[in-house]
Design a protein. Sequence first.
Length: 137
Amino acid sequence: MIRLAKLHALRETWKNKNEVAEAQQRLAEAINHKPQERKSVDFEFVIDDRTTYNFLQDFKSKEARLLFQKYQQNRKDFEQQKDRLEELRNSYIKANKAEKDRIAPTILEIEKQMLQMNENLDTLEINVRNLEKTNSK
């Protein structure tokens, strides 16, 4: 009993050899498990519940493909504006009164632009899906 309490050898606590063997096998599988390689994709665009496109070649409709490219460019422009807005906001925080008065209208203008850009992106996204679904049937 004293020997078990001191745990000189962990093996002395293993009572059921089958359970130990199964546990060792699970451990070996976990150690040797190689996660599935993720295939590289250009983008992820959900068409519907069963279809997701990852490459421009996935589009069956030429019109939908062209509209999607426009969507991608608009998304990129939106992200650039978002970054610019963040920079301006950070500058505003550190600015003095005169600089804040100069920066504030620009921030407000970019926020308005981004609201409009976001609405346009939503509309484009829907139109791409609809075009692809109707023209690929």
